[in-house]
Design a protein around this ligand. Sequence first.
Ligand SMILES: *Cc1c(COP(=O)(O)O)cnc(C)c1O
Length: 385
Amino acid sequence: MSINKKILLCLAHMSGNEQRFIDEAFAGNWVVPLGPNVDAFEHSLEDFLCDNTPSPLRVAAVSSGTAAIHLGLILLGVGKGDEVICQSFTFSASANPIVYQGATPVFVDSEAETWNMDPVLLDHAIADRVAKTGRKPRAIVAVHLYGMPARMDDILAVAAKWDIPVLEDAAEALGSTYHGRKCGTLGTFGTLSFNGNKMITTSGGGALVCPDEETRRRAVFFATQAREDRPYYWHEHIGHNYRLSNISAGIGLGQMTVLEEHIAHHRSLAALYAELLADIDGIDYHGNPSPDVDSNFWLSTITINPEITGITPDELRLHFASLNVETRLLWKPLHTQPVFGNCPSYVNGVSDSLFDRGLCLPSGPWVSPDDVRMIVSEMRSCLRK
Ligand SMILES: *Cc1c(COP(=O)(O)O)cnc(C)c1O
């Protein structure tokens, strides 16, 4: 078969409204990391996220999702010598900021249903860290991988039992809902990413979702070099240069006009994949585990049983690459990464097995239902007859 255009996993898609906000920024000479677009983008995110939260939350727009995680950890008091629990099955950006703070990640494996942090193993890991070190971990980084909400009630219950705050890495989960509430609003802090491959983009950017205005003010303080309020430069803390530019925020404002459309598109592709794959033996679509959680299906993902299908995920990936279709193996668990080799980890085999069996499928705004049909029928033709 011949395929001319390259089908990508997920790539930025402009609404056409972005340019107007960028032009306004230039017209007002707001070509700096603050300004009307930044304020409006933050308010727009607050409106979107807080439609069903018990109290209003405040958002700080920053230069990346990684910066947002870093700021969240700073505000939670994570410092040298601390341990911070982190989901192992995730992108390295969930854990890197722990190390920036001189702390040590402690990795906890996933449960098989959501692919996110296993609350039972989390409880065990905390008890074991306390027994071994005499100290509690300072924070917990929980992730909603591929947009699928983690079991937050259970994770928050364990966190409350030990009195440890939770930072929710919702970089991939903008628009996902858990029991009617948006992911990113459930922990003490939430973080979002607007990188070029995420649900919406600012070309590069992120946001920290804060519990109140005072905390948001502290986040912005650390994101702007920790300048104390004096008429001259005066510093009592180490700061960072993490604010979002007013130009990037203009792109973000344009993207907010199509956020709901993007989410609906990802979900409709997911439903189509699930329907078309349902009768294929040895391939399982990773769908919502229950009706009260709804992934944004940032990426549609499957697991493949090579003993039944006769093909491994990587063989399938190479086959699709030859057809100009981008697929990708799942995240390689952080407890297996050389750079984190010395970190304590609590594993149950789930994420290792997912890495061996899983594949991400094209899911973004440029992917059409016909692309999905082609991809599934191509998959069928590769499998053992
Ligand atoms: C993308 C991503 C991040 C980092 O976001 P950036 O904006 O790229 O810095 C963090 N965590 C997860 C799970 C991500 O997918």
